[in-house]
Every structure is written in C-alpha cells, then in structure tokens.
Design a protein around this ligand. Structure first.
Ligand code: ZN
Length: 160
C-alpha cells in the first residue's frame, strides 16, 4: 500500500540539523504514526513520503519554508518579570505556553534583563534546514473515527 491521503503512516525517523547533530529520533520508541494529507507533520516531509511503501527508506533535506517557517523577529518580546508570578526562578531556555488571539503559543525565555524577561515566540526549529532519515514501517487505511478526530489511535498515536 502506498502512502497517500487518508492513509495512516508509521515511520521511524532521525532528525539532524545542519551540522549533523541529532535533534530528535524515534529510535528506541514506537514508530511515529500520522494521517497523511492532514498537516500532522511538516509539509516537506509529507511531500517526500507521498507514494512510498512500507520498508522504503528516504533521506530528505527540508528548507525552513517547508518545515517550521522562517524566524520572525517580531515574535521576540519583552515581558515584565511580574507576569511570571508563581514561577520560582526564570532561566534562559525555559518554555511556557501563553494565550494569544491566535491560540496557545509556545514561548522560550531568551534572556532576563533586570525586571524584563525577553521571550521568543518562534518555533524552536524555525529558520532551520532539517535533515530527515526516515523508514516507512507500515501503511494502512485510516478508520472513520481517526479521520473524524484528525489523528491516529493506538500505538504511536493518541490513546483514548
Ligand atoms: Zn481521537
């Protein structure tokens, strides 16, 4: 069975950055399961997997515009430290979820400048060219329930 829209695809993957450093990997875990054609994974990877079958391996280099987008310097903002009441200590690299008009956004603490905390709302992988080594381990039809929910049920997917 080929990878195409509405199929559940199981992949093992290793993601490396521009200098070959491993950013993420499914090694030692269940394969990642996603529904093809639903935007569950980045567009560049979804495109590269189209038409593949179980057992195929691919290597693909994905530019930022096909991955997590370019960095947007407007997403760097300064917030008074009082906004973090309840947090014992603010340190660079800490991540928080904030409510915005566009929904929940993940922000990363870049720096603390006196009573101001500098936050970066860019996706941590924005601006990066990503290299994927991927093996397709299985392809199957999605169930009607999975299509309604927009995600995979069972191992490698959501459990409910
Ligand atoms: Zn569900």
């Amino acid at each position: 069975m080929q990878v195409s829209a509405q199929k559940v695809v199981y992949i093992h993957y290793t993601l490396t950055g521009e200098n070959g450093e491993v950013i993420d990997s499914s090694e030692g875990q269940e394969p990642l399961a996603y529904i093809h054609g639903h935007g569950n994974i980045i567009p560049g990877l979804e495109n590269a997997l189209s038409g593949k079958t179980a057992g195929e391996k691919i290597q693909v280099t994905i530019p930022p515009e096909q991955a997590y987008g370019d960095r947007d310097e407007d997403l760097i903002q300064s917030v008074p430290i009082e906004a973090f009441h309840g947090v014992d200590e603010i340190l660079p690299g800490m991540q928080f979820h904030t409510e915005t008009p566009d929904g929940v956004q993940l922000v990363t603490v870049v720096n603390i400048n006196g009573n101001e905390v500098i936050l970066d709302g860019n996706h941590p992988m924005s601006g990066l060219t990503l290299n994927f080594d991927v093996e397709v381990t299985d392809v199957r039809d999605a169930t009607e329930e999975e299509l309604n929910h927009g995600h995979v049920h069972g191992p490698g997917g959501h459990h409910h």
